[in-house]
Design a binder for this molecule. Sequence first.
Ligand SMILES: C[S@@+](CC[C@H](N)C(=O)[O-])C[C@H]1O[C@@H](n2cnc3c(N)ncnc32)[C@H](O)[C@@H]1O
Length: 195
Amino acid sequence: MVFKPEPVFRAVRAVHAESGPGPVVLLSPQGRLLDQALAERLALHAHVTLICGRYEGVDERVAAHLATEEISIGDYVLSGGELPAAVLMECVTRLVPGVLGNEESSRQESFSPSADGRAGMSGAGVLDCPHYTRPVKFEDLTVPEILLSGNHEEIRRWRRRQALEKTWRMRPDLVARAALDDQDQRMLAEIQRIG
Ligand SMILES: C[S@@+](CC[C@H](N)C(=O)[O-])C[C@H]1O[C@@H](n2cnc3c(N)ncnc32)[C@H](O)[C@@H]1O
């Protein structure tokens, strides 16, 4: 079974008649993989229309002549586009000013332009550093001492090193693409030397 084109074209035209034009996204495993950069681009639009398929998918004329882009949430196949649409909505809306309590939050996370919290500095595209909260000691597990030192510069350097190390261990592909400054390069070389 395949979604016919008529109702999908009609539905999107009805939405646009109210909202005005905007990107029309067809959720599809054949689409471009969703990533933070794509979410940031979509977050700039006032309205984004999402089309979710089911069964075999949607008549190809929808992809070719109605959708402005096809987006996949990963290289696997789900039964329908509803969950991919929910993933896309959450990923995009949290970038819209006012949605998160603290605007800085979304800028300091994995894949963001400044995942280490150094607003405006290079280092784009690495994973977030580890986070801790109270209590300082849980069973025999303690929070790293540096975080209790009150030395903000030392803490910043520690966080950056942790972020680089985690990225190198978990996602070496990201390290290869990240914009690393001289200090990052030195930290990374040391991490790699120690192994
Ligand atoms: C069973 S899938 C269709 C698969 C399609 N016949 C193919 O092999 O490429 C049904 C619908 O689920 C949605 N879907 C499934 N996997 C998806 C993914 N990884 N990303 C985005 N949407 C997905 C799409 O809307 C798709 O039209």
